[in-house]
Write a protein that binds this ligand. Structure first.
Ligand code: NAP
Length: 242
């Protein structure tokens, strides 16, 4: 069985990515933090479409829990390996820097940048042993351009981009690629407090993107057509910024 892990696979972009990878023949490990109902709904959509998956809850920012859950999964069957890892879990805690609390800086860095590091490091050895891997990190336009009110989030996403470019060089010889996708505004729970009507005027395509429009690019980066692409960032933003 070929396995893919999608962090934050229960909702939004992660849900669409889980469905896409399932269509590519992967058994999808759906990670989430607390919303079991949403994760079960994603799994049942995968199964209704003829695919397979399992739930694997943990907090990506909790180093000990990440290590314990992933080690237990790897050790449950000898030779097990996650071939495709999508680091997608995330939240926003926006504020102008002048008002930003330590906790809002630290938690965003921990979940996005820390989560990327803990999950990826834990799975890397088995990927290297397997001589194959596709690591795809969901970053953001904020990590490329910087967005006012998001110094924490922009820093975390820019950090993942830098780390991805470095890691891509470390493991290219092992047939493991590391790439990022950088969405603009995508209609999910994360952006439900934003007005598409007010913001769409700034987007050349005059609309928010759909989670499936991110998932199809992740599917491309996981599939055979992208075998010579590594260390790249692909923007998916309706022309908002490039
Ligand atoms: P979403 O709909 O709010 O879903 C967030 C997902 O992340 C949920 O599955 C949630 O799990 C999970 N999650 C949050 N914190 C977690 C943690 N500590 N450990 C494990 N899982 C955790 O968000 P989304 O819009 O799909 O965003 C997905 C990714 O895309 C994020 O990295 C985000 O920064 C990025 N992104 C989004 C947009 C956008 O416009 N939506 C734009 C650019 C980048 P639960 O269900 O258990 O809460």
């Amino acid at each position: 069985m070929k396995y893919a892990l999608v962090t934050g696979g229960s909702r939004g972009i992660g849900k669409a990515v889980s469905l896409e990878l399932s269509k590519l023949g992967y058994h999808v490990l759906i990670n989430y933090q607390s919303n079991k109902e949403a994760a079960e709904a994603t799994l049942s959509e995968i199964e209704s479409a003829g695919g397979s998956g399992s739930l694997l809850p943990f907090d990506v920012a909790n180093k000990a829990e990440v290590q314990q859950k992933l080690d237990a999964w790897l050790e449950a069957e000898p030779g097990r390996c996650v071939e495709v890892l999508v680091n997608n879990a995330g939240i926003r805690k926006d504020n102008l820097m002048v008002w930003m609390e330590d906790a809002d800086w630290e938690s965003i860095l921990d979940i996005h940048l820390g989560g990327f590091f803990y999950v990826t490091r834990t799975l890397l050895k088995s990927m290297v042993k397997n001589k194959f891997g596709r690591i795809i990190n969901v970053v953001s336009l904020s990590g490329l351009k910087g967005v006012a009110g998001q110094t924490n989030y922009s820093a975390a996403k820019a950090g993942i981009i830098g780390a991805s470019k470095a890691l891509a060089q470390e493991i290219a010889r092992k047939n493991i690629t590391v790439n990022c996708v950088a969405p603009g505004f995508i209609a999910t729970d994360m952006t439900s407090d934003l007005s598409e009507a007010e913001l769409k005027g700034a987007i050349p395509m005059r609309r928010f993107g759909k989670p499936e429009e991110v998932a199809s690019v992740v599917g491309f980066l996981a599939g055979p057509g992208s075998s010579y692409i590594t260390g790249e960032v692909i923007s998916i933003n309706g022309g908002l910024y490039s």
